[in-house]
Design a protein. Structure first.
Length: 76
């Protein structure tokens, strides 16, 4: 099911409903949390910390691999 169809179905369901609070759309629930991603500030900071650790680890492995290849077969 495409997201457009799902969104249209959700909107139609909300329009048909007399009790709007029961059928909150996903976007309104996310806007109540205060961010586009739907994460709280603490969750976003935790995710960012792990993202930075992963990036640093990837860069360290890449640098080590380049140094080892340079030692094996220098390209300059």
């Amino acid at each position: 099911m495409s997201w457009r169809f799902a969104a249209a179905t959700q909107v139609a369901r909300v329009e048909r409903s007399n009790d709007r609070e029961v059928n909150l759309s996903r976007s309104s629930v996310m806007s109540q949390r205060g961010s586009i991603s739907g994460l709280t500030d603490e969750e976003a900071q935790e995710f960012h910390a792990f993202w930075i650790q992963g990036t640093v680890a990837f860069a360290a492995v890449a640098v080590l691999a380049h140094v080892l290849v340079w030692a094996w077969r220098p390209w300059f």
